[in-house]
Design a protein around this ligand. Structure first.
Ligand SMILES: [Zn+2]
Length: 234
């Protein structure tokens, strides 16, 4: 699970509004799945849990424009016989401009996506316009987007703490690589295959790139002073 703060700004706002509406309507709802990496999406594809291939960027989850929900009730997160719950939340979501997966040909009841950004339920338009999720995310910064809090000397661990660290790139290994991986995971970037293993491979490269994209840093996949700083303040 990953925070809604990694979603498209519009979906973040909609998610907050939806949770509020659900509360009012008496539905206990939790958001379970938000942003996915290509590697994570491919794992789901291989496991038969999704029809969308990660490398083709077919899932709205990879573009930050989709999220999944469940019932926030222990032992009954996915109530099979509770159509009223799924449809009830689905209808509320639709009033907020989302498309509900329960209306799909093969229903995916926990799924919600921004209808306007996925015409016909497809990521093809996003792919055509932006190419990759990273490039799309780079456009998210704008006047309507809440800017991240300043990370000046007042924030714990800030103020150039990262400057003393070694710059890490693909092929590096060691305790500092492991520390960087641990911080990436803590920041919500999943590394499902190798985790924090202390070796900077392709999975770590993609994780660093995603982190840099989200933090609006130069996306070079190299963990230098600026990336370290963002990692250690977050
Ligand atoms: Zn979904």
């Amino acid at each position: 699970m990953r925070g809604t703060n990694l979603l498209h700004p519009r979906l973040q706002a909609i998610a907050a509004e939806l949770l509020e509406k659900c509360k009012t309507a008496g539905y206990a709802v939790a958001i379970t799945s938000t942003l996915r990496t290509a590697a994570e999406q491919d794992e789901l594809y291989k496991a038969g849990k999704s029809k969308a291939k990660g490398t083709d960027y077919q899932s709205g989850h990879q573009w930050g424009v989709a999220m999944d929900f469940c019932q926030n009730v222990k032992g009954a997160n996915y109530p099979a016989n509770s159509r009223p719950f799924w449809a009830g939340v689905g209808r509320l979501a639709e009033t907020l401009g989302l498309r509900w997966g329960g209306t799909f040909k093969s229903p995916d009841r926990p799924h919600l996506e921004i209808a306007g950004l996925m015409p016909n339920g497809s990521t093809a338009a996003l792919k055509r316009q932006y190419g990759t999720p990273e490039k799309f995310m780079a456009t998210w910064g704008g006047a309507d987007v809440p800017s991240p809090p300043p990370d000046g000397g007042t924030s714990p661990g800030g103020g150039g703490k990262g400057a003393a660290r070694r710059t890490l790139s693909k092929g590096a290994s060691g305790a500092d690589v492991k520390e960087m991986q641990t911080l990436l995971i803590k920041a919500g970037i999943a590394m499902p295959k190798y985790g924090a293993d202390g070796a900077f491979g392709t999975e770590t490269l993609n994780a660093v790139k995603m982190f840099q994209t989200l933090k609006k840093l130069a996306v070079d996949g190299v963990c230098g002073p600026k990336t370290w700083e963002q990692l250690t303040v977050s």
